[in-house]
Ligand binder design. Structure first.
Ligand SMILES: C[S@@+](CC[C@H](N)C(=O)[O-])C[C@H]1O[C@@H](n2cnc3c(N)ncnc32)[C@H](O)[C@@H]1O
Length: 380
């Protein structure tokens, strides 16, 4: 709990603040020792000097906070510069994150998402605390978004090559949208003009994700509530150049493949999970080793077979495919990502069906059917 300040000189505090904040500031955070939730005052901008009114507001907030015992103030001037003010002692310290400091902060690694270039995203995802420090509790989240953004970068660059309009990226079953926002950030940092759409059936998640997106100026990303099936039916005639589906449950990954192929996507990123459809069809007589039709082996083999058939499907349509780790240090065992990039868009409905006939036959020989193969091969 904050301790009421016994002494502090409001006039000196004001002078100190006016000196340091005149050039503009983004955010002020008023902390007391052991404060988990320090009050925050959002500032005008880092890009322009503060107006007299902005400064008056900041001073009033700082005096009120210090009076209430929140005596350690951090003012974020821009993504690399902060001023720490000790209100009780009326002392200020300017902290600048130079290249060496940023590298140290990133564990000595060359990362894509760094506090200097992705300050807004890392703040919105609560990887940076309000006072601009890294939140160590969010290390896993950071690793996941960083890994995904870095993975997206070359895929987006390849898909955008030669396009004379913004690249369209659709993230199906996007959940909280954290990875959708990371994808939008990768596009922004790469300088690729793009529109990013996240589709998610949970309306509350969509509303929260849109609020986050609104805090990221310059990134064209939005979220819509609905299912993948709704999005496919919507048939607004627009292509999707890159389709993403990460941990979309069970057959939702197959629906995403159908969506992508029907929209002639140039690239597809899939991290499948809970692949139950094929496992349920495995029969002792049809699997290469009888034990594969039992217990956990059945689930594991079913999952691998599902993803192998999905990969075959994509290859048959001309996609270059590779399986890579989805996220380092992940909390899930479903850590495989199928990356598919097409030199040329898959053909029309009839030629897709014809090219998939051998893949459908292979699945039939194993005694299984897979939703995406059946739908694209015209069997369902
Ligand atoms: C495990 S979460 C993954 C979220 C996100 N893609 C990620 O990797 O962080 C799965 C999400 O998919 C959504 N979902 C599952 N099936 C869906 C469908 N057919 N259409 C839209 N959303 C779906 C769920 O509501 C849930 O939010």
């Amino acid at each position: 709990m904050p301790r009421p300040a016994d002494t502090f000189d409001a006039r000196r505090l004001e002078r100190l603040m006016r000196r340091h904040l005149a050039g503009g500031w983004m955010r002020g955070v008023f902390a007391a020792a052991g404060d988990a939730r320090a009050p925050v005052l959002h500032g005008p901008s880092a890009a322009r000097p503060a107006s007299a009114e902005d400064l008056d507001t900041a001073v009033a907030a700082a005096v009120a906070a210090a009076t209430a015992g929140h005596g350690r103030h951090t003012w974020i001037l821009d993504p690399t510069t902060r001023v720490r003010i000790d209100a009780r002692r009326c002392k200020a310290r300017r902290l600048v994150r130079d290249e060496a400091a940023l590298r140290r902060m990133m564990g000595g690694k060359d990362r894509l998402l760094r506090p200097d270039r992705s300050f807004a995203l890392l703040s919105v995802l609560e990887i940076l605390r309000p006072d601009g420090a890294l939140d160590l509790r969010a290390a896993r989240k950071y690793k996941q978004v960083e890994h995904f953004a870095a993975l997206c970068r070359p895929v987006f660059a390849a898909a955008a090559a030669g396009l004379d309009r913004p690249l369209r990226v659709v993230d199906l079953a996007c959940g909280t949208g954290h990875l959708t926002l990371a994808a939008a950030e990768a596009l922004y940092l790469e300088g690729i003009e793009a529109e990013v759409l996240g589709v998610e059936r949970d309306g509350a998640r969509v509303a929260a994700a849109n609020e986050k997106a609104a805090m990221l100026p310059g990134r064209r990303v939005r979220f819509e509530a609905g299912t993948i099936e709704d999005a496919a039916r919507a048939g607004d005639g627009r292509d999707a150049d890159v389709v993403v589906a990460l941990h979309a449950c069970d057959t939702a990954t197959c629906d995403a493949i159908v969506y992508a192929v029907e929209r002639r996507a140039r690239a597809i990123l899939l991290a499948p999970c809970c692949q139950a459809e094929v496992a349920a069809q495995l029969e002792r007589g049809r699997v290469p080793v009888p034990a594969l039709a039992d217990g956990l082996l059945r689930a594991e083999f079913g999952a691998v077979l599902t993803d192998a058939l999905r990969t075959e499907l994509l290859r048959a349509l001309g996609y270059d495919t590779k399986t890579v780790p989805f996220a380092h240090g992940t909390h899930t065992s479903k850590n495989l990502l199928i990356r598919a990039v097409a030199p040329a868009a898959p053909g029309d409905r009839a030629s897709v069906a014809a090219r998939l006939a051998p893949v459908a036959a292979r699945a039939r020989a194993l005694g299984v059917h897979l939703r995406s193969i059946e739908r694209l091969a015209g069997e369902r």
